[in-house]
Design a protein around this ligand. Structure first.
Ligand code: FE
Ligand code: FE
Ligand code: ZN
Length: 279
């Protein structure tokens, strides 16, 4: 069995460089932050740099890549000034990604703070609608969250409620983070197939577009969101091999976000490819 696997890379040396780096660790997908995760200044890539990446992706049969919005953005912020900034900046990111044929834009649905889950869902859907109306084709991915603090998107029902309010449903999907849903209370260790059946029942499996593959430092249901290296946390290597070799997951881009450097990521990719080779 073959899987599409990669890891989180740094955008600091450009887009073409990330493509080369992915190839150097035997990855055929990767994820990157579109800009400094703590916000701040932004230098857009040149067309030449973007085209270099597109060429590498074509030559090496890449699965879709994932651009991650800075996690300081809050699509359902109470303060309308903050939410306008989030909308503007996310739309700017998506316009850039519209130049890449095979890229998703992943984001955290946000924290409702004091507004309640329903208002959070309403505002995040409105933010998505604004971004989609200003951009052309990139599919936005709502990431499943661990339910830390007032995060929305901690259950499949909350994600479905956001999608229900999105006008252009063809341009919205879901990225399943294995650490987050484990921390959120889904039994990914003993019954991953059951978790995907639940995803299908609530959201529809066609909406599942990408996987964030992480072990967790915390037990099932802890609502913590602390990623662990593959096989060193509560998920266990056995369960992780079952996840990546699930026929639904094996077709999707799988991105590691474990606390690793490039060598560590290369080892995790090799380990998982080897584990599914004979399946
Ligand atoms: Fe994330
Ligand atoms: Fe994630
Ligand atoms: Zn996380």
């Amino acid at each position: 069995m073959k899987i599409n696997i990669g890891c989180h890379l740094s955008v600091s040396k450009g887009y073409t460089h990330m493509g080369k780096e992915a190839c150097s660790i035997d990855a055929n997908t990767f994820q990157f932050f579109t800009r400094n995760p703590r916000g701040g200044s932004f230098k857009p890539p040149t067309d030449e740099d973007i085209n270099g990446l597109i060429e590498i992706m074509k030559e090496n049969n890449f699965a879709p890549i994932i651009a991650h919005a800075p996690y300081t953005f809050n699509p359902c912020a109470l303060d309308e000034g903050i939410r306008d900034y989030t909308k503007r900046t996310m739309a700017e990111d998506v316009k850039l990604l519209d130049k890449i044929p095979n890229a998703y834009y992943n984001f955290h649905p946000g924290c409702h703070v004091s507004q309640g889950v329903d208002v959070g869902i309403e505002k995040t859907a409105d933010t998505i609608n604004t971004i989609l109306s200003q951009t052309e084709k990139t599919i936005l991915l709502i990431e499943t969250m661990a339910g830390k603090g007032t995060e929305i998107g901690k259950t499949f029902e909350e994600i479905k409620a956001i999608i229900d309010k999105v006008e252009n449903k063809d341009r919205v999907g879901v990225c399943l983070d294995t650490c987050h849903i484990h921390d959120g209370g889904y039994d990914v260790v003993n019954d991953f197939d059951g978790v995907l059946k639940e995803f299908d029942r609530v959201i529809g499996i066609d909406k599942l577009k990408a996987i964030h593959l992480n072990d967790s430092k915390n037990p099932h249901g802890a609502h913590k969101d602390r990623h662990e290296k593959i096989g060193q946390g509560y998920l266990t290597l056995d369960a992780i091999v079952k996840i990546v070799s699930h026929p639904v997951v094996a077709k999707l881009p799988i991105c590691l976000e474990t606390p690793q450097d490039l060598d560590g990521y290369a080892q995790e990719i090799a380990l998982l490819k080897e584990a599914v080779k004979s399946l």
